[in-house]
Design a protein. Structure first.
Length: 369
């Protein structure tokens, strides 16, 4: 017999459906993702830590969950981290009968193992419209008979980052191709410090495949004393106010001339270290279909984002400039230094399953090492 469940938003609006996965009540910020595929990667992306994730594609679970096995360097071949990060999952229709040659278990089995509460059978289109128009909103999933959820606590990089420095050896670069068939930028004998604010495994896989040795350090680690050729600041949950030590370390790095690149939260931290001010987006950028134009060209990328902040245009220092503009609302989605190899972007330049054309920022970073 199906167990009923309710998704209740902080504005009082309710969506009735059925429970699947874990059956404890949970609360958190409700966000959405518009990708047609990739739910295993999305659920293991630390950017969604502490959030309730709504997937807009109507059928979820039909290809199961791939192996969680870690490969060499303790990196997952299929997932973005070692565990599920969201607190809840919201979908329209759950497919119990999965089929894929790599599948090892069903989505619901995985959710039960990892304690992820889900609700299905609701109108995810209507929910997405509410979130799109009203912006960030907290909510709770109540399976029938469950006790009230523990009040949600905002996730920070401290909750998801590595706890000590880790080293990943470079792979022989050779002729590396991006997923879209283009030739990737490669390097040899270079060391990249990856500031882990919630780094995805695909970032590490992408860097070492391009010939770089990666030293992964906790978000607040003082990397300025390390020997490195470039700094890559990862995505992650939370806001720049959670990472004051990281900003101070980046300020020192920006005094030099070695490449510095960040995405998502990492971009926000670089912008703050450069002297920019941040502001809340009226309509947070969610999903995998955010159009972004590269300034100085006619090139537009369709990007994946999960951010609610941007740089205030008037706060950008004279020696920095806008590099990417969001075409939906005209806000800034990336900045770069005019003369030094420093840059950042709001979106995720995919180096794994998903959008395969948005690898330009990573290749530009590698080419500058």
């Amino acid at each position: 017999m199906k167990l009923k469940a309710t998704l209740r938003l902080e504005n009082g609006q309710e969506f009735l459906g059925y429970s699947f996965g874990d059956t404890q009540a949970v609360s958190g910020e409700v966000v959405f993702n518009t990708s047609m595929v990739g739910y295993p990667e999305q659920l293991t992306d630390a950017t969604y830590s502490g959030q309730i994730l709504c997937l807009t594609y109507p059928l979820i679970g039909n290809y199961g969950v791939p192996s969680e096995e870690l490969q060499a360097e303790s990196l997952s071949r299929n997932l973005e981290s070692e565990r599920i990060h969201p607190k809840g999952l919201v979908i329209f229709d759950y497919c119990e009968d999965y089929s894929n040659w790599e599948a090892e278990k069903s989505l619901e089995q995985w959710m039960k193992e990892q304690g992820l509460t889900g609700i299905y059978g609701i109108d995810t289109r209507e929910l997405t419209k509410v979130l799109r128009d009203k912006g960030s909103m907290k909510g709770s999933i109540f399976p029938e008979g469950a006790a009230d959820p523990v009040p949600s606590v905002k996730a920070t990089p401290a909750d998801v980052c590595c706890k000590e420095p880790l080293v990943y050896k470079a792979q022989p670069a050779g002729n590396v191709e991006n997923a879209n068939g283009s030739k990737a930028a490669v390097t040899e004998g270079k060391r990249v410090v990856l500031v882990d604010c919630g780094a995805k495994h695909s970032i590490i896989r992408g860097l070492i495949a391009r010939g770089a040795e990666v030293v992964r350090v906790p978000y607040d680690y003082d990397f300025t004393s390390l020997d490195y050729d470039g700094i890559y600041v990862s995505n992650g949950p939370g806001c720049p106010c959670d990472c004051e030590k990281t900003v101070e370390h980046l300020k020192k790095a920006l005094e030099g001339n070695k490449p510095v690149f960040g995405l998502g939260l990492g971009y926000h931290l670089i912008a703050k270290a450069a002297g920019c001010e941040m502001q809340k987006l009226q309509h947070p950028h969610r999903g995998a279909n955010q159009p972004v134009r590269k300034e100085g060209s006619n090139r537009t990328y369709i990007t994946a984002q999960n951010v609610c902040r941007t740089v205030k245009p008037a706060s950008i220092p004279a020696d920095w400039e806008v590099s990417f503009t969001n075409l939906n609302d005209g806000t800034i989605d990336g900045i770069r230094h005019r003369t030094k190899p420093f840059a950042g972007a709001n979106f995720n330049p995919e180096v794994c399953t998903g959008l395969t054309e948005n690898i330009t920022p990573i290749d530009e970073f590698i080419s500058r090492l």
